[in-house]
Design a protein around this ligand. Sequence first.
Ligand SMILES: NC(=O)c1ccc[n+]([C@@H]2O[C@H](COP(=O)([O-])OP(=O)(O)OC[C@H]3O[C@@H](n4cnc5c(N)ncnc54)[C@H](OP(=O)(O)O)[C@@H]3O)[C@@H](O)[C@H]2O)c1
Length: 262
Amino acid sequence: MRGLAGKVAVVTAASSGIGKGIAKVLASEGCKVHISSRDENKLRKSAEEIKKQTGRDVALSPCDLSKVDDVREMLSEVKKMSGNVDLLIINYGDPRVAPFLDITDEDWDSSINMFLKSTVTMAKSVIPEMISKGEGRVVFVTSLTTKQPLENFAISASLRAAVVSLSKVLSIEYAQKGLTFNSISQGYIMTPRLENIAKRNAEKANVSVEQAYEAIKQTIPAKRFGTPEEIGYLVSFLCSSDASYINGTNIQIDGGFVKFPF
Ligand SMILES: NC(=O)c1ccc[n+]([C@@H]2O[C@H](COP(=O)([O-])OP(=O)(O)OC[C@H]3O[C@@H](n4cnc5c(N)ncnc54)[C@H](OP(=O)(O)O)[C@@H]3O)[C@@H](O)[C@H]2O)c1
């Protein structure tokens, strides 16, 4: 156990995949976990699954990260239901993946809302409470695209890079207040999103979905996909007091996918 029992943890985009994996690990560490995403039914299923596996109740609030008013409402519900936030884990929905000229102004607007405006709103809301308490952890869950920008990933690469830079600035400004801010750049993780990518690749290349998975795996030195729980273990470590000297970093967790050594 990492000494996280009783901490109030908010995990966004947590009705599925990586967010759900993080919420599960934090619940198993004894945190009071609060999850959010757009779809209330999916959130309920996620909360039930976590309860079944960890024995812990999970609170939930529907919230679309591309709508800043939703985010404000979610934060005020968290406060009413669970109190001040100790651990803020900002995970995101999937941005549009397309050639630059196919990305519309609306795509950019909703992604700017999700990655920038909502991130700023959440950070502004929790930082004063964390300062009063003298401790707090914020983890931004981004993507390998911050380390290795890819074709068709203009939104992901540019806006997530902004999140990583914001995290760095916050880590400098609040280091002496007992707060840490770190980001995670995950590679290929086995989630419904990856399943969709494999299906799309299979259709394009006229191969089976298994073959499409295999083709991606061959690009990863570990020759396997990560699990959502593995992201959760890294998050729970970053939230623990053992990690209190880790601040302002962007940590790769990708089975060796990104080859840049620094
Ligand atoms: N899996 C990978 O290999 C991988 C690699 C690099 C980066 N990522 C990134 O990691 C994040 C999570 O991906 P995942 O693989 O876990 O995908 P996933 O299984 O499809 O889960 C996506 C989650 O985001 C929520 N969501 C989507 N749009 C949202 C919005 N506007 N506001 C609030 N919640 C929203 C979804 O819930 P609702 O439908 O209920 O809203 C769901 O809980 C994404 O940003 C993805 O691009 C994933």
